[in-house]
Design a binder for this molecule. Sequence first.
Ligand code: SF4
Ligand code: SF4
Length: 88
Amino acid sequence: MAKGQIYIVVERCKACGFCVEFCPTKVLALSSAFNSKGYHPPHVIHPEKCSGCNLCGMYCPDFAIYGNKIAGSTTGGKTIAVGGSHES
Ligand code: SF4
Ligand code: SF4
């Protein structure tokens, strides 16, 4: 059950992959979509596994992602993507 919520600021991402690599529960993957700079931002493949630890946010050099713990959540994780991703 997800305890975390992930925020992705798509337009800041440079697709370094640190967030994908360092997430302890492998919540993220790089998307096949592009942002306006031509990079593939991460997207969430296993929202239910997110603990809200914010390791992704600590490793991101561009402040493009962060995780929050959801207090008392029983309903699963929610992802908020900010910016103009054209993911389909
Ligand atoms: S907050 Fe933690 S568990 Fe959630 S995506 Fe980021 S690194 Fe992974
Ligand atoms: S760590 Fe930041 S810049 Fe790198 S892929 Fe993840 S969101 Fe994008």
